[in-house]
Design a binder for this molecule. Structure first.
Ligand code: SF4
Ligand code: SF4
Length: 421
């Protein structure tokens, strides 16, 4: 199991290797959300983004003795409440394999089993079968932040048509929680970003790095993939780790087909890193997470005097990238940076990124809690939301709120859904 926060309040215990994805997923479940989702962020693909059965490949490559047990239970044309159990694999630093970052428990562990034994195994098959019913499987129904559950609560029906069972077409690999240049391998509340779980006083991830072993066992998925994400609670460009992962996967042979994505804090996007990344990954998505529009705020949140460096790195990246290399900036909004939302829009527009994404900061470390949205400051957040929207419209910049800057509506607890027939 990956590192966990030993918080004093049990309800704040979180799995650190899932934190960014959880943050995104939790936010996405709020009203008005419309973020493009993927297996790595725990979300289903938005309606209309792919045709019926898209993403599923014909059954192939099975080894002798492997049984595709749900081939009959989910024949082509079946409708699923979530497509991820059919197409998505999310692998944690400890080798755990899930369909997405939200699931409560893994389907298996790559350090103990081959991927195909997990993917075509009985638990994965049961999850697939259950995803054809509104009850879902318990590991989905009792998940943290599953974006499908609110849709079920709202009475929505299945909206994804399942193709023939095949290998996953979307793979996300989370790097170890220790792997980040901000705070380094032994971060403290003073050295890691203020909102990061790495800044939690109880941060204590396990030592060791299984990435090479995990990647080696995932390489055979490459011929089937359409989407590949490499991040985690980590900085994938630090020490050029993302390139080691791409090498280990044999990505080069699939670069023209597989879109590869990551999230960066931007400090690592040096000339050499940009040259390697842009040269090797003609189809890519990069989100640079900044959270500030001034050096002082950047320092308060990110602990470094690096705002200008990040901005210059993004500016150069935007100029140097090719047409298949998407670039966006992300800001998590709290009281420390609330007054800078309009400036964030203007900076992003000036840099020439494709889009700007904003989200509410959520409590993953105690240091940020005094600055989060609450009843006291909700009007200021709503005002900032409006100002950002208006300025983005004036500048023609696509602005996406993973979650609007407003207090989330009080949500009901998980409802009890009917069991599968
Ligand atoms: S239904 Fe399951 S696989 Fe789909 S998003 Fe929710 S937890 Fe993930
Ligand atoms: S860049 Fe900051 S938020 Fe991201 S993993 Fe590192 S310490 Fe955490």
């Amino acid at each position: 199991m990956a590192g966990r926060v030993n918080a004093s309040r049990p309800e704040r215990r979180i799995a650190l290797d899932r934190a960014p994805e959880i943050r995104e997923t939790l936010a996405r479940t709020g009203p008005g959300s419309r973020a493009v989702a993927g297996p790595a962020t725990g979300g289903d693909r938005p309606p209309g983004s792919s045709g019926p059965g898209a993403g599923c490949v014909p059954l192939r490559g099975l080894r002798g003795g492997t049984v595709a047990i749900d081939e009959g239970a989910s024949p082509p044309g079946s409708r699923a409440f979530c497509i991820l159990p059919f197409v998505g694999a999310y692998v944690r630093p400890d080798g755990s394999v899930l369909n997405c970052c939200c699931q409560r428990s893994p389907l298996g562990n790559l350090l103990e089993s081959d991927f195909e034994a997990i993917w075509f195994g009985p638990l994965a098959g049961a999850v697939r079968r259950a995803s054809l019913t509104p009850a879902l499987h318990p590991i989905c129904r009792e998940s943290l932040g599953c974006p499908v559950l609110p849709r079920l609560r709202a009475g929505e029906g299945p909206d994804r048509v399942v193709g023939p069972l095949g290998w996953p077409t979307a793979l996300s690999i989370a790097l170890p929680d220790r792997h980040c240049n901000i705070g380094g391998e032994s971060p403290t509340p003073e050295t890691a970003c203020i909102m990061c779980p790495r800044a939690h006083p109880g941060f204590d991830p396990p030592a060791g790095d299984h990435t090479d072993l995990i990647v080696g066992r995932l390489a055979r998925l490459m011929p089937h993939l359409e989407e590949l994400e490499i991040h985690g609670v980590a900085e994938a460009f630090w020490k050029a780790r993302i390139f080691d992962v791409l090498d280990g996967l044999g990505y080069e042979a699939h670069a023209d087909r597989v879109r590869v994505a990551t999230i960066s804090n931007g400090t690592t996007l040096s000339r050499e890193t940009r040259r390697r990344w842009l040269g090797r990954c003609p189809r890519s998505r990069l989100l640079v997470s900044i959270d500030a529009a001034t050096p002082a705020t950047y320092r308060a949140i990110r602990r470094l005097d690096a705002y200008e460096v990040v901005i210059e790195n993004v500016r150069r990246y935007a100029r140097e990238r090719g047409p298949g290399q998407a670039l966006a900036i992300g800001h998590n909004i709290n009281e420390l940076n609330l007054g800078e939302v309009v400036r964030m829009v203007e900076v992003a527009a000036g840099l020439g990124v494709d889009a700007l994404q904003m989200n509410l900061t959520i409590p993953l470390a105690p240091g940020i809690e005094p600055y989060l949205i609450g009843p006291r400051n909700a009007p200021a957040f709503a005002d900032a939301h409006g100002r950002a929207v208006r300025r983005a419209a004036e500048l023609g910049l696509p602005l996406e709120f993973v979650n609007p800057l407003e207090l989330p509506a009080p949500g009901p607890g998980l409802v009890t859904l009917p069991a599968p027939a």
